[in-house]
Design a protein around this ligand. Structure first.
Ligand SMILES: Cc1cc2nc3c(=O)[nH]c(=O)nc-3n(C[C@H](O)[C@H](O)[C@H](O)COP(=O)(O)OP(=O)(O)OC[C@H]3O[C@@H](n4cnc5c(N)ncnc54)[C@H](O)[C@@H]3O)c2cc1C
Length: 458
Protein backbone atom coordinates (compact mmCIF):
# COMPACT_ATOMS: atom_id res chain seq x y z
CA UNK A 1 0.00 0.00 0.00
CA UNK A 2 1.20 3.49 -0.86
CA UNK A 3 2.83 5.18 2.17
CA UNK A 4 0.59 8.25 1.75
CA UNK A 5 -2.56 6.15 1.98
CA UNK A 6 -1.19 4.23 4.92
CA UNK A 7 -0.68 7.54 6.68
CA UNK A 8 -4.38 8.33 6.25
CA UNK A 9 -5.27 5.13 8.12
CA UNK A 10 -2.62 5.82 10.80
CA UNK A 11 -4.33 9.15 11.30
CA UNK A 12 -7.63 7.36 12.12
CA UNK A 13 -6.34 4.34 14.06
CA UNK A 14 -2.79 5.08 15.16
CA UNK A 15 0.01 2.71 14.12
CA UNK A 16 -0.87 -0.02 16.63
CA UNK A 17 -4.31 -0.72 15.19
CA UNK A 18 -3.18 -0.79 11.56
CA UNK A 19 -1.21 -4.01 11.14
CA UNK A 20 0.49 -5.12 7.95
CA UNK A 21 3.20 -7.39 9.28
CA UNK A 22 3.42 -10.73 7.38
CA UNK A 23 2.41 -12.56 10.59
CA UNK A 24 -0.72 -10.50 11.21
CA UNK A 25 -1.75 -10.73 7.55
CA UNK A 26 -1.28 -14.51 7.64
CA UNK A 27 -3.44 -14.86 10.75
CA UNK A 28 -6.33 -13.12 8.99
CA UNK A 29 -5.84 -14.86 5.64
CA UNK A 30 -8.13 -17.85 6.21
CA UNK A 31 -11.41 -18.86 7.80
CA UNK A 32 -13.20 -22.15 8.45
CA UNK A 33 -13.59 -22.68 4.67
CA UNK A 34 -9.82 -23.43 4.74
CA UNK A 35 -9.21 -21.34 1.62
CA UNK A 36 -6.51 -18.71 2.02
CA UNK A 37 -6.04 -15.19 0.62
CA UNK A 38 -3.61 -12.64 2.07
CA UNK A 39 -5.03 -9.25 3.00
CA UNK A 40 -2.91 -6.12 2.50
CA UNK A 41 -3.45 -5.12 6.13
CA UNK A 42 -5.65 -5.76 9.15
CA UNK A 43 -7.47 -2.87 10.84
CA UNK A 44 -8.76 -2.89 14.42
CA UNK A 45 -11.33 -0.11 14.78
CA UNK A 46 -12.75 0.76 18.21
CA UNK A 47 -15.62 3.06 17.36
CA UNK A 48 -18.28 3.48 14.73
CA UNK A 49 -16.73 6.83 13.79
CA UNK A 50 -13.43 5.09 13.07
CA UNK A 51 -15.20 2.56 10.83
CA UNK A 52 -16.94 5.41 9.00
CA UNK A 53 -13.59 7.21 8.51
CA UNK A 54 -11.93 3.99 7.25
CA UNK A 55 -14.69 3.42 4.70
CA UNK A 56 -14.53 7.04 3.50
CA UNK A 57 -10.79 6.68 2.81
CA UNK A 58 -11.34 3.28 1.20
CA UNK A 59 -14.11 4.70 -0.98
CA UNK A 60 -12.01 7.62 -2.14
CA UNK A 61 -9.00 5.46 -2.98
CA UNK A 62 -10.93 2.42 -4.22
CA UNK A 63 -9.51 0.10 -1.56
CA UNK A 64 -11.39 -3.11 -0.78
CA UNK A 65 -12.61 -3.69 2.76
CA UNK A 66 -13.73 -7.03 4.19
CA UNK A 67 -15.64 -7.11 7.51
CA UNK A 68 -14.68 -10.03 9.72
CA UNK A 69 -16.03 -11.47 12.97
CA UNK A 70 -14.55 -14.72 14.31
CA UNK A 71 -13.66 -16.17 10.90
CA UNK A 72 -15.77 -19.27 11.53
CA UNK A 73 -17.63 -18.91 8.22
CA UNK A 74 -17.57 -22.05 6.10
CA UNK A 75 -18.06 -20.42 2.70
CA UNK A 76 -15.09 -18.02 2.70
CA UNK A 77 -17.20 -14.90 3.37
CA UNK A 78 -14.51 -13.13 5.39
CA UNK A 79 -11.67 -13.81 2.95
CA UNK A 80 -9.98 -11.02 0.96
CA UNK A 81 -10.29 -12.83 -2.38
CA UNK A 82 -9.18 -9.74 -4.26
CA UNK A 83 -6.84 -8.41 -1.56
CA UNK A 84 -7.73 -5.37 0.54
CA UNK A 85 -8.16 -4.55 4.21
CA UNK A 86 -9.62 -6.82 6.84
CA UNK A 87 -11.87 -4.91 9.22
CA UNK A 88 -11.48 -6.99 12.39
CA UNK A 89 -14.65 -6.52 14.43
CA UNK A 90 -14.21 -9.17 17.11
CA UNK A 91 -12.94 -6.57 19.59
CA UNK A 92 -16.15 -4.62 19.15
CA UNK A 93 -17.70 -6.79 21.82
CA UNK A 94 -19.86 -4.91 24.29
CA UNK A 95 -23.32 -6.00 25.37
CA UNK A 96 -24.65 -2.44 25.62
CA UNK A 97 -28.05 -3.13 27.16
CA UNK A 98 -30.40 -5.91 28.17
CA UNK A 99 -33.78 -4.20 28.24
CA UNK A 100 -35.96 -6.50 30.33
CA UNK A 101 -39.07 -4.35 29.91
CA UNK A 102 -39.02 -4.51 26.14
CA UNK A 103 -37.23 -7.88 25.80
CA UNK A 104 -34.49 -6.43 23.63
CA UNK A 105 -30.70 -6.74 23.80
CA UNK A 106 -28.51 -4.05 22.26
CA UNK A 107 -25.10 -5.42 21.32
CA UNK A 108 -21.99 -4.69 19.33
CA UNK A 109 -21.23 -7.10 16.46
CA UNK A 110 -18.15 -8.74 18.01
CA UNK A 111 -20.11 -10.25 20.92
CA UNK A 112 -19.72 -14.03 20.82
CA UNK A 113 -23.13 -15.67 20.42
CA UNK A 114 -22.91 -17.94 23.50
CA UNK A 115 -21.81 -14.96 25.64
CA UNK A 116 -25.01 -13.13 24.77
CA UNK A 117 -27.03 -16.26 25.47
CA UNK A 118 -25.41 -16.67 28.89
CA UNK A 119 -25.89 -12.99 29.77
CA UNK A 120 -29.61 -13.01 28.96
CA UNK A 121 -30.11 -16.44 30.59
CA UNK A 122 -28.96 -14.91 33.90
CA UNK A 123 -31.99 -12.65 33.67
CA UNK A 124 -34.37 -15.48 32.82
CA UNK A 125 -34.33 -14.57 29.12
CA UNK A 126 -33.55 -16.47 25.97
CA UNK A 127 -31.79 -15.63 22.67
CA UNK A 128 -32.65 -18.72 20.58
CA UNK A 129 -30.36 -18.67 17.47
CA UNK A 130 -27.80 -21.34 18.33
CA UNK A 131 -25.42 -22.18 15.49
CA UNK A 132 -23.15 -25.07 16.42
CA UNK A 133 -20.32 -22.50 16.28
CA UNK A 134 -21.94 -20.34 18.97
CA UNK A 135 -18.99 -20.71 21.36
CA UNK A 136 -16.85 -18.67 18.96
CA UNK A 137 -18.98 -17.09 16.19
CA UNK A 138 -19.98 -13.44 16.60
CA UNK A 139 -23.38 -11.76 16.40
CA UNK A 140 -22.10 -9.67 13.45
CA UNK A 141 -21.18 -12.83 11.55
CA UNK A 142 -24.50 -14.47 12.52
CA UNK A 143 -26.42 -11.47 11.18
CA UNK A 144 -24.35 -11.28 8.00
CA UNK A 145 -24.93 -15.00 7.33
CA UNK A 146 -28.45 -15.17 8.80
CA UNK A 147 -27.19 -18.15 10.76
CA UNK A 148 -29.46 -20.91 11.95
CA UNK A 149 -29.07 -23.60 14.53
CA UNK A 150 -30.58 -26.63 16.17
CA UNK A 151 -33.60 -24.71 17.47
CA UNK A 152 -34.65 -23.26 14.10
CA UNK A 153 -37.58 -25.67 13.76
CA UNK A 154 -39.41 -24.00 16.65
CA UNK A 155 -37.71 -20.65 17.11
CA UNK A 156 -36.56 -19.64 13.63
CA UNK A 157 -33.15 -18.26 12.68
CA UNK A 158 -31.16 -15.07 13.26
CA UNK A 159 -33.40 -12.93 11.01
CA UNK A 160 -36.34 -13.60 13.32
CA UNK A 161 -34.54 -11.84 16.18
CA UNK A 162 -33.05 -8.77 14.49
CA UNK A 163 -35.25 -5.74 15.19
CA UNK A 164 -32.85 -2.99 14.18
CA UNK A 165 -29.29 -2.25 13.16
CA UNK A 166 -26.69 0.47 13.10
CA UNK A 167 -24.77 0.08 9.86
CA UNK A 168 -21.86 1.92 8.26
CA UNK A 169 -22.36 2.04 4.51
CA UNK A 170 -19.49 1.74 2.02
CA UNK A 171 -19.77 5.53 1.58
CA UNK A 172 -18.93 5.99 5.27
CA UNK A 173 -22.47 7.14 6.13
CA UNK A 174 -23.84 5.78 9.41
CA UNK A 175 -27.49 4.72 9.33
CA UNK A 176 -29.91 3.26 11.87
CA UNK A 177 -32.65 0.90 10.74
CA UNK A 178 -35.63 -0.53 12.64
CA UNK A 179 -36.34 0.10 16.31
CA UNK A 180 -37.08 -1.61 19.61
CA UNK A 181 -40.74 -1.78 18.59
CA UNK A 182 -42.23 -5.19 17.91
CA UNK A 183 -44.26 -3.61 15.11
CA UNK A 184 -42.52 -1.24 12.71
CA UNK A 185 -43.60 -0.77 9.11
CA UNK A 186 -42.06 2.58 8.38
CA UNK A 187 -40.43 2.46 4.94
CA UNK A 188 -38.58 -0.40 3.31
CA UNK A 189 -37.41 -3.12 5.68
CA UNK A 190 -33.71 -2.28 5.42
CA UNK A 191 -32.94 -4.23 8.60
CA UNK A 192 -33.81 -7.50 6.91
CA UNK A 193 -31.98 -6.51 3.74
CA UNK A 194 -28.75 -6.39 5.72
CA UNK A 195 -29.47 -9.71 7.43
CA UNK A 196 -27.88 -12.41 5.28
CA UNK A 197 -26.12 -9.88 3.03
CA UNK A 198 -22.76 -11.52 3.85
CA UNK A 199 -20.94 -8.27 4.59
CA UNK A 200 -21.44 -6.96 1.06
CA UNK A 201 -23.85 -4.05 1.70
CA UNK A 202 -22.67 -2.46 4.94
CA UNK A 203 -20.78 -3.02 8.19
CA UNK A 204 -23.05 -3.84 11.11
CA UNK A 205 -21.86 -1.91 14.16
CA UNK A 206 -24.80 -2.37 16.52
CA UNK A 207 -27.80 -4.71 16.69
CA UNK A 208 -31.13 -4.59 18.50
CA UNK A 209 -32.08 -8.21 19.15
CA UNK A 210 -35.41 -9.62 20.24
CA UNK A 211 -35.40 -11.82 23.36
CA UNK A 212 -37.89 -14.36 24.70
CA UNK A 213 -38.62 -15.60 28.21
CA UNK A 214 -36.44 -18.62 29.00
CA UNK A 215 -38.47 -21.85 28.63
CA UNK A 216 -39.17 -23.27 32.08
CA UNK A 217 -38.50 -26.90 31.22
CA UNK A 218 -36.65 -28.96 28.62
CA UNK A 219 -36.70 -32.69 27.86
CA UNK A 220 -34.39 -34.48 25.48
CA UNK A 221 -34.77 -37.95 23.99
CA UNK A 222 -33.02 -40.02 21.37
CA UNK A 223 -34.37 -42.85 19.25
CA UNK A 224 -32.58 -45.30 16.98
CA UNK A 225 -34.32 -46.71 13.90
CA UNK A 226 -33.53 -49.35 11.29
CA UNK A 227 -33.45 -46.80 8.47
CA UNK A 228 -34.05 -43.17 7.49
CA UNK A 229 -37.51 -43.97 6.14
CA UNK A 230 -38.72 -44.93 9.63
CA UNK A 231 -36.96 -41.92 11.18
CA UNK A 232 -38.49 -39.54 8.62
CA UNK A 233 -41.98 -40.98 9.08
CA UNK A 234 -41.53 -40.31 12.79
CA UNK A 235 -40.57 -36.68 12.18
CA UNK A 236 -43.57 -36.08 9.91
CA UNK A 237 -45.91 -37.62 12.45
CA UNK A 238 -44.50 -35.59 15.35
CA UNK A 239 -45.18 -32.38 13.41
CA UNK A 240 -48.61 -33.61 12.22
CA UNK A 241 -49.53 -34.32 15.83
CA UNK A 242 -48.87 -30.64 16.51
CA UNK A 243 -45.80 -31.07 18.66
CA UNK A 244 -43.21 -28.53 17.56
CA UNK A 245 -40.01 -29.66 19.27
CA UNK A 246 -37.25 -27.14 19.98
CA UNK A 247 -34.94 -29.44 18.00
CA UNK A 248 -35.23 -32.56 15.85
CA UNK A 249 -31.81 -33.70 14.68
CA UNK A 250 -30.85 -36.79 12.70
CA UNK A 251 -27.87 -38.92 11.75
CA UNK A 252 -28.03 -41.26 8.77
CA UNK A 253 -26.56 -44.78 8.81
CA UNK A 254 -22.99 -43.75 7.90
CA UNK A 255 -22.99 -40.82 10.33
CA UNK A 256 -24.23 -43.19 13.01
CA UNK A 257 -21.48 -45.67 12.17
CA UNK A 258 -18.86 -42.92 12.58
CA UNK A 259 -20.32 -41.69 15.88
CA UNK A 260 -20.49 -45.27 17.19
CA UNK A 261 -16.79 -45.74 16.44
CA UNK A 262 -16.02 -42.42 18.10
CA UNK A 263 -18.20 -42.66 21.23
CA UNK A 264 -19.13 -46.36 21.57
CA UNK A 265 -22.80 -45.61 22.22
CA UNK A 266 -23.70 -49.28 22.31
CA UNK A 267 -26.13 -49.21 19.39
CA UNK A 268 -28.68 -51.97 18.91
CA UNK A 269 -28.28 -54.47 16.08
CA UNK A 270 -29.55 -53.11 12.75
CA UNK A 271 -29.30 -49.42 13.71
CA UNK A 272 -29.54 -47.32 10.56
CA UNK A 273 -30.78 -43.89 11.65
CA UNK A 274 -30.82 -41.75 14.77
CA UNK A 275 -33.12 -38.97 15.93
CA UNK A 276 -32.64 -36.53 18.77
CA UNK A 277 -35.77 -34.68 19.84
CA UNK A 278 -35.88 -31.88 22.39
CA UNK A 279 -39.09 -30.29 23.63
CA UNK A 280 -39.25 -27.21 25.83
CA UNK A 281 -41.75 -24.84 27.42
CA UNK A 282 -44.26 -25.16 30.25
CA UNK A 283 -43.28 -28.15 32.48
CA UNK A 284 -46.66 -29.94 32.21
CA UNK A 285 -46.79 -29.55 28.46
CA UNK A 286 -43.19 -30.70 28.11
CA UNK A 287 -44.02 -33.92 30.00
CA UNK A 288 -47.03 -34.53 27.76
CA UNK A 289 -45.11 -33.77 24.58
CA UNK A 290 -42.19 -36.08 25.36
CA UNK A 291 -44.58 -38.96 26.04
CA UNK A 292 -46.36 -38.23 22.73
CA UNK A 293 -43.01 -38.20 20.90
CA UNK A 294 -41.91 -41.44 22.59
CA UNK A 295 -45.16 -43.15 21.56
CA UNK A 296 -44.74 -42.01 17.95
CA UNK A 297 -41.18 -43.38 17.95
CA UNK A 298 -42.44 -46.71 19.31
CA UNK A 299 -45.21 -46.86 16.70
CA UNK A 300 -42.53 -46.45 14.05
CA UNK A 301 -40.55 -49.41 15.37
CA UNK A 302 -37.77 -47.51 17.11
CA UNK A 303 -35.06 -50.01 18.10
CA UNK A 304 -33.98 -48.04 21.16
CA UNK A 305 -35.36 -44.97 22.95
CA UNK A 306 -33.66 -42.99 25.71
CA UNK A 307 -35.12 -40.04 27.61
CA UNK A 308 -32.70 -37.94 29.65
CA UNK A 309 -33.63 -37.56 33.32
CA UNK A 310 -30.85 -35.18 34.33
CA UNK A 311 -28.90 -32.36 32.73
CA UNK A 312 -25.86 -34.66 32.50
CA UNK A 313 -27.87 -37.29 30.64
CA UNK A 314 -29.23 -34.60 28.34
CA UNK A 315 -25.68 -33.52 27.51
CA UNK A 316 -24.66 -37.15 26.90
CA UNK A 317 -27.49 -37.58 24.39
CA UNK A 318 -26.54 -34.35 22.62
CA UNK A 319 -22.91 -35.52 22.39
CA UNK A 320 -23.86 -38.10 19.77
CA UNK A 321 -25.29 -35.43 17.48
CA UNK A 322 -22.58 -32.87 18.22
CA UNK A 323 -19.83 -35.40 17.49
CA UNK A 324 -21.10 -36.15 13.99
CA UNK A 325 -18.70 -33.81 12.23
CA UNK A 326 -15.58 -34.72 14.22
CA UNK A 327 -16.31 -38.46 14.11
CA UNK A 328 -16.18 -38.55 10.30
CA UNK A 329 -12.40 -38.73 10.56
CA UNK A 330 -13.04 -42.46 11.19
CA UNK A 331 -13.90 -42.86 7.53
CA UNK A 332 -10.30 -42.02 6.71
CA UNK A 333 -11.03 -40.03 3.53
CA UNK A 334 -8.51 -37.67 1.94
CA UNK A 335 -10.99 -34.78 2.08
CA UNK A 336 -14.58 -34.08 3.02
CA UNK A 337 -16.61 -31.55 1.09
CA UNK A 338 -19.44 -30.42 3.32
CA UNK A 339 -22.51 -28.59 2.11
CA UNK A 340 -25.63 -27.47 3.95
CA UNK A 341 -28.46 -27.93 1.48
CA UNK A 342 -32.07 -27.57 2.58
CA UNK A 343 -35.13 -29.38 1.21
CA UNK A 344 -38.79 -29.32 2.29
CA UNK A 345 -38.61 -31.61 5.33
CA UNK A 346 -40.96 -34.24 3.90
CA UNK A 347 -38.45 -34.76 1.05
CA UNK A 348 -35.59 -35.85 3.34
CA UNK A 349 -36.03 -39.64 2.70
CA UNK A 350 -36.13 -39.17 -1.07
CA UNK A 351 -33.13 -36.84 -0.91
CA UNK A 352 -31.11 -39.38 1.09
CA UNK A 353 -32.04 -42.26 -1.22
CA UNK A 354 -31.03 -40.27 -4.29
CA UNK A 355 -27.80 -39.12 -2.68
CA UNK A 356 -26.94 -42.78 -2.07
CA UNK A 357 -27.19 -43.34 -5.83
CA UNK A 358 -24.94 -40.35 -6.45
CA UNK A 359 -22.42 -41.69 -3.93
CA UNK A 360 -22.33 -45.01 -5.82
CA UNK A 361 -22.16 -43.34 -9.24
CA UNK A 362 -19.18 -41.15 -8.31
CA UNK A 363 -17.60 -43.69 -5.93
CA UNK A 364 -17.47 -41.12 -3.12
CA UNK A 365 -19.28 -42.02 0.11
CA UNK A 366 -21.80 -39.42 1.31
CA UNK A 367 -22.64 -38.90 4.97
CA UNK A 368 -25.74 -36.96 6.01
CA UNK A 369 -26.77 -35.52 9.33
CA UNK A 370 -28.48 -32.36 10.51
CA UNK A 371 -31.74 -30.69 11.18
CA UNK A 372 -34.58 -33.08 10.36
CA UNK A 373 -37.11 -30.60 11.71
CA UNK A 374 -36.33 -27.92 9.13
CA UNK A 375 -34.94 -30.01 6.24
CA UNK A 376 -31.43 -28.54 6.52
CA UNK A 377 -28.98 -31.36 5.84
CA UNK A 378 -25.25 -31.31 6.41
CA UNK A 379 -24.23 -33.41 3.47
CA UNK A 380 -20.60 -34.53 3.36
CA UNK A 381 -19.03 -35.96 0.24
CA UNK A 382 -15.94 -37.96 1.21
CA UNK A 383 -13.19 -37.88 -1.37
CA UNK A 384 -11.17 -41.08 -0.91
CA UNK A 385 -7.86 -40.00 -2.54
CA UNK A 386 -6.39 -36.76 -3.99
CA UNK A 387 -6.97 -38.01 -7.55
CA UNK A 388 -10.71 -38.37 -6.79
CA UNK A 389 -11.21 -34.68 -6.06
CA UNK A 390 -12.75 -33.81 -9.42
CA UNK A 391 -15.24 -36.66 -9.01
CA UNK A 392 -16.07 -35.38 -5.52
CA UNK A 393 -16.97 -31.95 -6.93
CA UNK A 394 -19.08 -33.57 -9.64
CA UNK A 395 -20.92 -35.50 -6.93
CA UNK A 396 -21.59 -32.23 -5.07
CA UNK A 397 -23.01 -30.65 -8.21
CA UNK A 398 -25.23 -33.70 -8.77
CA UNK A 399 -26.50 -33.38 -5.19
CA UNK A 400 -27.29 -29.70 -5.77
CA UNK A 401 -29.33 -30.70 -8.84
CA UNK A 402 -31.34 -33.21 -6.82
CA UNK A 403 -31.83 -30.55 -4.11
CA UNK A 404 -33.27 -28.10 -6.63
CA UNK A 405 -35.48 -30.78 -8.18
CA UNK A 406 -36.97 -31.43 -4.74
CA UNK A 407 -37.73 -27.72 -4.30
CA UNK A 408 -34.74 -27.07 -2.05
CA UNK A 409 -31.96 -24.49 -1.79
CA UNK A 410 -28.21 -24.97 -2.04
CA UNK A 411 -27.62 -23.37 1.37
CA UNK A 412 -29.81 -23.34 4.46
CA UNK A 413 -27.50 -21.51 6.82
CA UNK A 414 -23.85 -21.24 5.76
CA UNK A 415 -24.39 -18.73 2.97
CA UNK A 416 -22.93 -18.49 -0.52
CA UNK A 417 -19.71 -16.51 -0.02
CA UNK A 418 -16.93 -17.71 -2.23
CA UNK A 419 -17.35 -21.46 -2.19
CA UNK A 420 -20.90 -21.59 -3.55
CA UNK A 421 -20.98 -18.53 -5.78
CA UNK A 422 -20.44 -20.67 -8.91
CA UNK A 423 -23.65 -22.55 -8.12
CA UNK A 424 -25.95 -19.60 -7.41
CA UNK A 425 -27.61 -19.99 -10.84
CA UNK A 426 -29.10 -23.25 -9.57
CA UNK A 427 -31.43 -21.30 -7.27
CA UNK A 428 -31.59 -17.74 -8.59
CA UNK A 429 -32.79 -16.76 -12.06
CA UNK A 430 -30.79 -14.18 -14.06
CA UNK A 431 -33.56 -11.65 -13.37
CA UNK A 432 -33.38 -12.15 -9.60
CA UNK A 433 -29.60 -11.92 -9.68
CA UNK A 434 -29.84 -8.71 -11.71
CA UNK A 435 -32.10 -7.14 -9.05
CA UNK A 436 -29.68 -8.21 -6.31
CA UNK A 437 -26.73 -6.76 -8.22
CA UNK A 438 -28.60 -3.47 -8.63
CA UNK A 439 -29.15 -3.40 -4.86
CA UNK A 440 -25.44 -4.02 -4.31
CA UNK A 441 -24.51 -1.27 -6.79
CA UNK A 442 -26.92 1.12 -5.03
CA UNK A 443 -25.17 0.62 -1.69
CA UNK A 444 -21.67 0.16 -3.02
CA UNK A 445 -21.19 1.66 -6.49
CA UNK A 446 -17.40 1.30 -6.25
CA UNK A 447 -17.69 -2.38 -5.26
CA UNK A 448 -15.24 -1.92 -2.39
CA UNK A 449 -17.10 -3.85 0.32
CA UNK A 450 -16.34 -7.56 0.35
CA UNK A 451 -16.16 -7.95 -3.46
CA UNK A 452 -16.09 -11.32 -5.19
CA UNK A 453 -18.68 -12.88 -2.90
CA UNK A 454 -22.09 -14.35 -3.64
CA UNK A 455 -21.99 -13.71 -7.41
CA UNK A 456 -19.52 -14.86 -10.02
CA UNK A 457 -17.23 -11.97 -11.01
CA UNK A 458 -18.25 -10.56 -14.40
C1 LIG B 1 -17.69 -25.97 13.67
C2 LIG B 1 -18.61 -25.00 12.99
C3 LIG B 1 -19.97 -25.15 13.16
C4 LIG B 1 -20.85 -24.27 12.52
N1 LIG B 1 -22.18 -24.42 12.72
C5 LIG B 1 -23.06 -23.57 12.15
C6 LIG B 1 -24.46 -23.71 12.36
O1 LIG B 1 -24.92 -24.58 13.07
N2 LIG B 1 -25.27 -22.83 11.75
C7 LIG B 1 -24.81 -21.83 10.96
O2 LIG B 1 -25.61 -21.04 10.45
N3 LIG B 1 -23.48 -21.67 10.74
C8 LIG B 1 -22.60 -22.50 11.31
N4 LIG B 1 -21.25 -22.35 11.09
C9 LIG B 1 -20.76 -21.28 10.20
C10 LIG B 1 -20.37 -19.97 10.93
O3 LIG B 1 -20.00 -20.19 12.24
C11 LIG B 1 -21.48 -18.92 10.85
O4 LIG B 1 -21.66 -18.52 9.51
C12 LIG B 1 -21.20 -17.68 11.71
O5 LIG B 1 -22.34 -16.85 11.70
C13 LIG B 1 -20.01 -16.86 11.25
O6 LIG B 1 -19.72 -15.93 12.27
P1 LIG B 1 -18.27 -15.28 12.36
O7 LIG B 1 -18.30 -14.28 13.45
O8 LIG B 1 -17.24 -16.31 12.47
O9 LIG B 1 -18.19 -14.54 10.95
P2 LIG B 1 -17.01 -14.53 9.89
O10 LIG B 1 -16.69 -15.89 9.42
O11 LIG B 1 -15.91 -13.70 10.41
O12 LIG B 1 -17.74 -13.74 8.71
C14 LIG B 1 -18.81 -14.32 8.04
C15 LIG B 1 -19.41 -13.27 7.10
O13 LIG B 1 -19.96 -12.22 7.86
C16 LIG B 1 -19.43 -10.96 7.47
N5 LIG B 1 -19.39 -10.15 8.68
C17 LIG B 1 -18.85 -10.48 9.88
N6 LIG B 1 -19.08 -9.49 10.75
C18 LIG B 1 -19.76 -8.52 10.11
C19 LIG B 1 -20.28 -7.25 10.46
N7 LIG B 1 -20.17 -6.77 11.70
N8 LIG B 1 -20.91 -6.52 9.52
C20 LIG B 1 -21.07 -6.98 8.26
N9 LIG B 1 -20.60 -8.17 7.86
C21 LIG B 1 -19.96 -8.94 8.78
C22 LIG B 1 -18.10 -11.29 6.84
O14 LIG B 1 -17.71 -10.32 5.89
C23 LIG B 1 -18.41 -12.62 6.17
O15 LIG B 1 -19.01 -12.42 4.93
C24 LIG B 1 -20.35 -23.23 11.69
C25 LIG B 1 -18.96 -23.09 11.53
C26 LIG B 1 -18.11 -23.96 12.17
C27 LIG B 1 -16.63 -23.78 11.97
Amino acid sequence: MEPDIKKLFFHVLGRERFQDSPEERAVYSYDASRAQFLPDAVLFPESVQEIAAILKIAQEHRIRVIPRGAGSGITGGALPVQGGLILALNGFDQILEIDEDNLVAVVQPGVVTSRLQAAVREKGLFYPPDPASMEFSTIGGNIAENSGGMKAVKYGVTKDYVLGLEVVLPSGEIINTGSKCVKDVVGYNLTQLFVGSEGTLGVVTKALLRLLPLPEATKTMTAVFADMQAASRTVSQIIKDKVIPAAIEFLDAKALWCVEHYLQLGLPEGAGAFLLVEVDGDPDLVEKDIVKVRDICKANQALKIEIARTYEEQERLWRARRSASASMAHYGAYKKINEDIVVPRASIPEFIARVEDIADRFACPVINFGHAGDGNIHMNVLVPEPEDLERGHQAVEAVFDVTVELGGRISGEHGIGLSKRDYIDKNLSPEVQAVMKRIKAGFDPGNILNPGKMFKPE
